[in-house]
Design a protein around this ligand. Structure first.
Ligand SMILES: C[S@@+](CC[C@H](N)C(=O)[O-])C[C@H]1O[C@@H](n2cnc3c(N)ncnc32)[C@H](O)[C@@H]1O
Length: 254
């Protein structure tokens, strides 16, 4: 049976590769490398650099996967569903034609495969359609962990919950029932329009890379600075990935 490793590779620092991930890299026969166009070229290059640095035997094949754009319709979930279905067809064809029955394929996933990534969902669709695949997931260091480490903070306040969410959801307001909120996938700087008077923010862009930017402080005091830094960095690099932790300020409390 064909085997697929879904390998978390961290979010920019090759030193964050785990030993388990490196072992899996060295067993794979074929790497399926998504190509999302020029904007994500830097991400594709990191994947290639990881293969070159950690794989000892250069006897592997690399297949570029042409990732289609998601068509944006009013119905977000329907458009994601349609996009995943197209991706599942593309990957199913590649697995069938580029991977022999007894070979191992690998997909290198940004960060951790369990956090805001659809690779596992897409592979599940392929299996449901009838292609026999054995799947092994290798966890990776997520942007969420790198953010906390770089700011030297604990994500949760004592005994409190942490919500992992998106900019799209945060745009509806800060969820009061959570002490801390980690936000990914925010293209619209949802933090800037929050009305809560007393929030702290810990923001990070290009985490783990040489271009890393960190800004933290009281949201009201630093939000303009973050917006300006984000805008400039996006212009300079042509793309940006940023993540942030928002939490109710505990200043004044022990
Ligand atoms: C599709 S999600 C993938 C998350 C990934 N699986 C993880 O574990 O971090 C992409 C989002 O992750 C966050 N992200 C990924 N890499 C990042 C980085 N190097 N610096 C800051 N945020 C990053 C950003 O919020 C970005 O919009």
């Amino acid at each position: 049976m064909r085997k697929i490793f879904v390998i978390g590779i961290g979010v920019g620092d090759p030193d964050h590769m785990t030993i388990q991930a490196i072992k899996a890299l060295n067993q794979a026969d074929v790497f399926f490398i998504p190509d999302k166009g020029a904007e994500k070229a830097a991400l594709r290059d990191l994947r290639t650099a990881i293969c070159e640095r950690f794989i000892e035997n250069a006897d592997y094949r690399t297949i570029s996967v042409d990732v289609p754009q998601r068509t944006s319709s009013g119905d977000y979930l329907a458009s994601v569903d349609e996009w995943h279905s197209r991706l599942a067809d593309i990957y199913a064809r590649l697995f069938e034609h580029e991977l022999e029955e007894n070979e191992i394929g690998a997909i290198l996933v940004w960060g951790d495969p369990a956090i805001y990534d659809s690779t596992l969902r897409i592979i599940e669709r392929i299996r449901i359609k009838g292609l026999a695949l054995e799947i092994q997931v290798i966890p990776g260091i997520s942007s969420v962990q790198v953010l906390a480490a770089k700011h030297r903070v604990v994500l949760n306040q004592i005994g409190e919950s942490v919500l992992l969410t998106t900019g799209r959801k945060l745009a509806h307001g800060f969820p009061d029932e959570f002490g801390s909120v980690v936000v990914l996938l925010d293209g619209t700087q949802a933090f800037a329009s929050l009305a809560e008077p007393d929030l702290d923010i810990f923001w990070g862009a290009y985490l783990g890379t040489d271009d890393e930017i960190l800004i933290s402080g009281r949201l009201a005091d630093v939000k303009d600075k973050i917006e300006a830094a984000r805008k400039l960095a996006r212009q300079q690099h042509g793309w940006i990935m940023d993540t942030y932790l928002l939490r109710k300020s505990d200043r004044g409390r022990c």
